[in-house]
Design a protein around this ligand. Structure first.
Ligand SMILES: [Zn+2]
Length: 278
């Protein structure tokens, strides 16, 4: 049995916990089974959105908590928590991903079409080649510099900084598609980021979104050991319903890509499609 949720609502003025990023609500319910160390995951009592109540500042993420720094510590922790069979399964999965590399690119091409693509939170991995023209935004200074060099050689560029700010540096309607693969769960100001995506896409342009699925049965069974939890990097925990709400409110059409057995899937994959006429 899980511990009953602990009420901390309403968050007092000046509290370390932020208001709900989705609705601004301050009635928060602590979720101790989803939290770890000092990192407090809460549910909004008004709209039901689940998020990290005490994220760290962007400035720290640029250096001290940069993804490439925390990634290996998290990876080691998870490897230790896995048994030998789980480790073997992870290796086989990794090999499969490498063998299917071309197939994944064809899949993105089918979902998004060719042209200028913006990969938000790209790290230093430039996964797009012709017929895509790769562009990126990356918070980590070190990774952004590496990605920029590669993207410039392919006709694009990578800007360093928070996605919700830098996306406004490109002209309106500039991109044919946007990739947010394992990104939106990191973005504290995701409503502004989605507004920026709508603006940056051409009419009919598409954004692909992949985020951990907080509604997955596996999450409910795994407590805070669920693979979708990453402290403190992941600051939003979407369900298919809360993702749809955020995407449609931003002005997109929403399409769930992996709707088959979504409750068994640890991730949500969806398309946000900008209406042809706005
Ligand atoms: Zn809310």
């Amino acid at each position: 049995m899980s511990a009953p949720p602990q009420q901390i609502a309403p968050a007092p003025q000046g509290s370390a916990l932020r208001p709900c990023p989705d609705c601004g609500g301050k009635d928060l319910v602590a979720l101790p089974r989803c939290s770890r160390d000092e990192w407090q995951v809460c549910r909004c009592g008004d709209c039901g959105f689940v998020f990290l109540g005490n994220p760290i500042e962007y400035a720290a993420l640029e250096e001290d908590f940069a993804w490439e720094t925390t990634f290996w510590a998290e990876d080691a922790r998870r490897a230790g928590a896995r048994g030998p069979l789980r480790r073997l399964a992870a290796r086989v999965r990794g090999l499969g991903y490498r063998l299917r590399g071309d197939g994944i690119m064809r899949r993105y091409h089918r979902l998004l079409g060719p042209g200028r693509i913006l990969d938000i939170g790209c790290g230093d991995v430039v996964r797009f080649d012709a017929p895509f023209v790769p562009h990126g935004i990356e918070l980590s200074r070190a990774l952004a510099a590496k990605a920029d060099a590669i993207m410039r050689a392919r006709g694009g560029e990578c800007l360093q900084g928070p996605g919700a700010e830098r996306i406004f540096d490109w002209p309106e309607g500039y991109f044919d598609s946007v990739m947010m693969h394992s990104y939106l769960e990191h973005e504290t100001d995701y409503p502004r980021l989605l507004a920026g995506c709508l603006r940056a896409l051409r009419p009919g342009g598409r954004a692909f979104i992949r985020v951990p699925n907080f509604a997955a049965l596996n999450r409910m069974a795994s407590g805070n050991r669920w693979a979708g939890f990453r402290y403190p990097d992941h600051v939003n925990y979407f369900t298919p319903a809360t993702l749809r709400r955020a995407v449609e409110r931003a002005g997109f059409h929403f399409k769930l890509v992996n709707r088959h057995k979504i409750w068994l899937d640890d991730n949500i994959q969806a398309l946000a499609i900008k209406p042809a006429q706005t």
